[in-house]
Design a protein around this ligand. Sequence first.
Ligand code: ADP
Ligand code: MG
Length: 326
Amino acid sequence: MQTALSVRNLYKVYNPKRASKTIAVDHISFDSHFGEILGILGPNGSGKTSTIKSIASIIEYEEGEIQVLGMDNRKKRKKVIRHIGAVLEGSRNIYWTMSPVENMVYFAGLKGMSRKDVKERMERYLHLLDLEPVAHKQVRSFSKGMQQKVAIACALISDPKIVLLDEPTLGLDVETSRKMQAFIKEIAKEQRHIMITSHDMRFIEKTCSRVLIMKKGRLIADDSVENLNHVFKKQVFKLTVKDHPRDALLDELRGQCEFRMEHHDENTDLFLILNDSQTLYALFDILRRYKSTLLGVDIIKDDLEDIFLKLVNGDGAVPGEGGKDS
Ligand SMILES: Nc1ncnc2c1ncn2[C@@H]1O[C@H](COP(=O)(O)OP(=O)(O)O)[C@@H](O)[C@H]1O
Ligand SMILES: [Mg+2]
């Protein structure tokens, strides 16, 4: 596979000379390739956005080297950015007073392309993203999901080789999120490299082929989604029980799985990390034996924090299949 990006020892610090100094990216290295959809997964503040901004030449970094298509992104900045299409979270990526079509034509123009050059691509993206009915309406009135779709279409309109998407599904409903996933897979079929940051484990699992996991600026895993299956297959269930569970009960639970607790006045939430819902039945048995009253069971959708904060060892390694999931 041809190398698209090469990141060596990237080190990014905010306010390096002040007491408020923050090490956002702490010497990370990786290569990525054409045809790959690379996900960067990590809790908030782990350095995902800083990594993507460094690659896109939007911020400067203190140490390390980034090569985009074999070119140093500091020495050949102008050339490099011509090949990158990026959508950054929390940035203004499109113009609200313009329509999707006007935005696309404008962004194509920035890269030296005319409306005619991009006509076909524009029609295809409008179609794939269900934007045809609103193609000529001001983006201002759109939902967040629709605006995000327009931003992605604009990032892609000049047919960049490298596509960087920072939290593309943040704040999107399930349906739009699914559409986005299908769209990303579709555009990945063309000779392109796509990199997506997200704190949404399920989106990364379904969309990406390879995953980097970041924690506190460091890379703690770099592997295929398949090989990280032991992480992705875990789910977090919330069991609400009456009162505060007895120590003996908690000891038995500890023998079965990882969990954390939140005590409330009259009940307790247990957040359990499980491999499958089968284990749940064994846990119900334990509760029954201790006569603990189960008030509710929920699957936690936004489960990354729980899974990673518990599972990622202090030494930074993601535990493998070894051991009995404790
Ligand atoms: N402009 C900034 N100034 C100071 N600190 C920042 C800035 N941007 C990010 N940080 C800090 O850098 C760290 C990494 O942030 P970020 O790269 O945004 O992580 P993520 O995208 O994974 O949430 C965090 O501690 C964050 O507070
Ligand atoms: Mg971010």
